[in-house]
Ligand binder design. Structure first.
Ligand code: GDP
Length: 435
């Protein structure tokens, strides 16, 4: 998706504008256990085009002076975004900080749209002309408080989007990425796989961003694309190690992947942040592998193996379908297993189950564990059919969707998993009423 980044000094009203631009589309996952959603990132839609919006102001770096922070934010916008929205405040007029940001933004070739917030009435709208002095084109007046001017602003933003990519059939290709909090070893894993040079086919230049994906084939001829997660091979910028930035990069990597490898650190154990990352992966419906990296640092491997496995299974209950692989980017231990595991999961994600087979499994499941009742009524399952792959999605026709309790749905899911090898992929079950 095209990426739109909001920049501007504090208090110009970025978060109000952010909310106006994405409406209710922020957050779907609030109710998943252990998942909080960052307000810095959301998707929006205008004129039929979906886009991703980031509020760079939400990527805090502690202990940095304000101007340094704003510089980082502008940097992030210049690297990540297809369109940069620079926000100023009409009520305060043009400030030296605005001028500093503008001169910084002059370096980028990316389109910059100048939004003047708090233009709540005609009088304040007059002041927008002052902002021509920034040399960034026509200022667009908006009012976050009143919700005015956003149509014009969005028109201008969307006008700068790259043309919509042609749909290419890449269903044979397996796209994967490494996601995780800072320092778990994502870039080391990318580099470790890149060191197997014989297999690399090509680096694929990103379209507008600087992402460089790597394509390789394994012995069987299967093609893989390793998604560049963190601008991973250029390094060392302060903000690259901040949590929110890493979450943002994870989200864009997840979006572009078929399968995501959630990387944990054997040295530090599981942290709260790991759960956020895993929650985003789960929400996406993509295939998931849990990689425990830095396995070389573990002394008592047998004992730790059992403990770590148990910890993962109890901390990430909702990821019980994801296989766990203990690896080391340093020694390359077990990394050679990754391609086969990716292939297996890809096959599972794309498996189609014949309706007759599916319905046999479901009637056996119902025979073993009768459907729930509520107020004297019993759930009746008429039949089920698979409606999609990636993730495999099943519509189950029932007498009353209210009677399909979460626990029974879970039970059916487990029966389907046992019957049809769905390791590494989430499944979706959609109950639907049929009279
Ligand atoms: P990222 O922030 O997730 O990309 O993490 P990096 O790849 O930058 O790694 C963070 C630190 O962990 C670096 O000092 C790496 O050298 C170290 N590291 C990464 N993988 C391994 C590993 O498998 N074993 C050991 N011992 N250290 C590792």
């Amino acid at each position: 998706l095209p990426v739109v980044a909001l920049v501007g000094r504090p208090n110009v009203g970025k978060s109000t504008v952010f909310n106006r631009l994405v409406g209710e589309r922020i957050s779907i996952v609030e109710d998943l256990p252990g998942v909080t959603r960052d307000r810095i990132y959301a998707t929006g839609k205008w004129l039929g085009r979906d886009y991703r919006l980031i509020d760079t102001g939400g990527i805090e770096m502690t202990d940095e002076p304000m101007m340094t922070q704003i510089r980082y934010q502008a940097d992030i916008a210049m690297e990540e975004a297809d369109v940069i929205v620079f926000m100023v405040n009409s009520q305060e007029g043009l400030t030296t900080e605005d001028e500093a940001i503008a001169s910084y933004l002059h370096r980028t070739k990316k389109p910059v749209v100048l939004a003047v917030n708090k233009a709540d009435n005609p009088e304040q709208r007059q002041t927008v002309y002052d902002f021509y002095a920034l040399g960034l084109g026509d200022p667009i007046p908006v009012s976050g408080a009143h919700g005015t001017g956003f149509g014009d602003l969005l028109d201008e933003i969307v006008a700068h989007f790259p043309p919509e990519a042609e749909q290419v059939d890449d269903s044979q290709l397996i796209k994967f990425s490494f996601i995780g909090r800072p320092n778990v070893g994502k870039s080391s894993l990318v580099n470790a796989l890149l060191e197997e040079k014989r297999v690399i086919v090509s680096n694929i230049e990103g379209t507008t961003r600087e992402a460089v994906d790597t394509r390789f084939v394994d012995e069987s001829g299967q093609e893989f694309t390793m998604i560049d997660t963190a601008g991973i091979r250029r390094r060392g910028k302060v903000y690259e190690k901040t949590e929110k930035y890493s979450v943002m990069r994870s989200l864009s990597a997840i979006e572009r992947s078929d399968i995501v490898c959630v990387v944990l650190d054997a040295e530090t154990g599981i942290r709260e942040q790991d759960k956020h990352v895993a929650g985003y992966a789960l929400e996406s419906g993509k295939g998931i592998i849990i990689l425990v990296n830095k396995w070389d640092t573990v002394e008592n491997k047998e004992k730790v193996f059992d403990e770590f496995t148990q910890d993962i299974r109890s901390e990430f209950r909702f990821l019980s379908f994801a296989p766990i692989l203990f690896v080391s980017a340093k020694t390359h231990q077990r990394l050679e297993r990754l391609p086969d595991l990716l292939k297996e999961i890809h096959a599972n994600q794309n498996r189609r189950i014949q309706s007759s087979t599916l319905n046999n499994v479901i009637s056996d499941a119902v025979a073993m564990n009768p459907t729930p009742t509520d107020k004297g009524r019993r759930l009746k399952i008429y039949y089920a059919t698979q409606v999609a792959v990636g993730p495999p999605t099943f519509v189950v026709f029932v007498n009353d969707v209210e009677l399909m309790h979460f626990s029974y749905e879970r039970y059916l899911e487990n029966q389907l998993r046992q019957a049809f090898h769905f390791d590494g992929t989430p499944l979706k079950i959609i109950p639907r009423e049929r009279q």
